[in-house]
Ligand binder design. Structure first.
Ligand code: SAH
Length: 343
């Protein structure tokens, strides 16, 4: 698919298909503009016919708008698979949360994306497509950027799709293209330590975010199967190395689940664990998952937890929950849509 290609690769593609170089620029602009092939007006029919098999066929099939302005997009790929991505509007810009896989095989108990396992990886161009389509939806194109920040916090485990995710980071931050600064890109992982080390070697300027959610391995295992593979200590050690090598502050996501990880003891252990590491903790009340009987805490309790962390010397904030009325959390909306299709 052509959105998997860098500009240089597209120039080569054009040459191989006996097209002049300016055609490569036109095709590249069309893709970066998030256009469907039929919307492209500056390509003659024979060129369109020639590239039709390779031109991206992803499209936005549904948009949900929350009362707080957050929008959720359902994006369909050529094979009929769908993913969701979320657009959050802040004062400083527009953040898009993209999916990196269709489904997920990590099995976190609180996460709706993983309920049906992993369907398939997304290609770099399909991850990029989410950014380009939503950018177009906002009136932007390859030259006019309406999206300023990207978080890989949608469905899927980015480091379980390592090569395509790296390629995506390179494509989306390439000078030729939508050119979103790596400093404005976050990659969120449940903590695949071997892959964190590989990511470190890439020396990207992105922000590494760890979904930690517990300060004791035994408790982490209760909600995150990956905790059977890597210990919290191994993850935090990898983060220390990552910071030393990249100078990028590490973010931790800590979702508060009632009765599981929200005690004062939990806060203390977390503070001890992260001592001396340049990091920030985002505390989020769990978006309750009825299927699993996991309940979030009240916002007041989240503020109390953050206060405790701050007293212990950690930098922490309660993350705003957005778009709850549109099934904002990971994979919730996709599941609802799939269930409606089934039912
Ligand atoms: N696999 C990656 C990225 C996807 S999850 C990861 O684990 O980080 C992105 C974030 O959403 C994670 O921090 C995850 O824990 C959080 N999340 C998932 N389900 C949630 C829920 N029901 N309520 C609150 N946060 C949730």
């Amino acid at each position: 698919m052509l959105s998997d290609l860098s500009f240089q690769q597209l120039v080569e593609y054009a040459a191989q298909n006996n097209m002049p170089k300016f055609r490569a620029s036109q095709i590249f602009d069309a893709i970066q503009g998030g256009k469907q092939l039929e919307e492209v007006s500056n390509l003659p029919k024979d060129v369109k016919n020639k590239i039709a098999v390779d031109y991206p066929k992803y499209k936005i099939v549904k948009v949900f708008t929350s009362q707080d302005g957050t929008q959720k997009f359902i994006i369909e790929f050529a094979d009929g698979n769908i993913v969701e991505c979320v657009l959050m509007k802040y004062k400083y810009g527009n953040t898009i949360c993209v999916s990196t896989q269709v489904g997920c095989r990590m099995g976190c108990k609180f996460c709706a994306s993983t309920l049906n396992g992993l369907i398939r990886n997304l290609s770099a161009g399909e991850i990029l497509g989410q950014v380009l389509l939503v950018n177009k939806h906002l009136g932007g194109n390859g030259k006019e950027r309406k999206i300023t920040n990207i978080v890989m916090m949608g469905s899927g485990e980015p480091l379980d799709n390592f090569d395509q995710v790296c390629k995506f980071i390179e494509l989306v931050s390439a000078e030729k293209g939508i050119n979103i600064s790596q400093r404005n890109i976050s990659l969120s992982t449940c903590g695949l330590v071997d892959k964190i080390k590989l990511l470190q070697e890439k020396q990207y300027n992105i922000t590494l975010t760890i979904s930690l959610h517990a300060s004791l391995d035994e408790k982490r295992k209760e909600v995150m199967p990956i905790a059977n593979r890597w210990t919290i200590k191994e993850i935090v050690d990898a983060c220390r190395d990552y910071f030393d090598a990249t100078g990028r502050r590490i973010y931790f996501e800590y979702t508060l689940i009632k009765g599981v990880n929200n005690s004062e003891e939990d806060a203390k252990r977390l503070a001890t664990l992260l001592k001396g590491l340049m990091c920030h903790v985002n505390v989020i009340p769990l978006n309750s998952v009825k299927e699993r009987n996991l309940i979030g805490v009240a916002r007041g309790d989240a503020y109390k937890f953050v206060e405790n962390l701050e007293k212990l010397g950690l930098s922490a904030t309660v993350r705003r929950t957005m778009g709850e009325d549109i099934e904002g959390a990971c994979g919730q909306l996709r599941n609802k849509i799939l269930n409606e299709k089934k039912g």
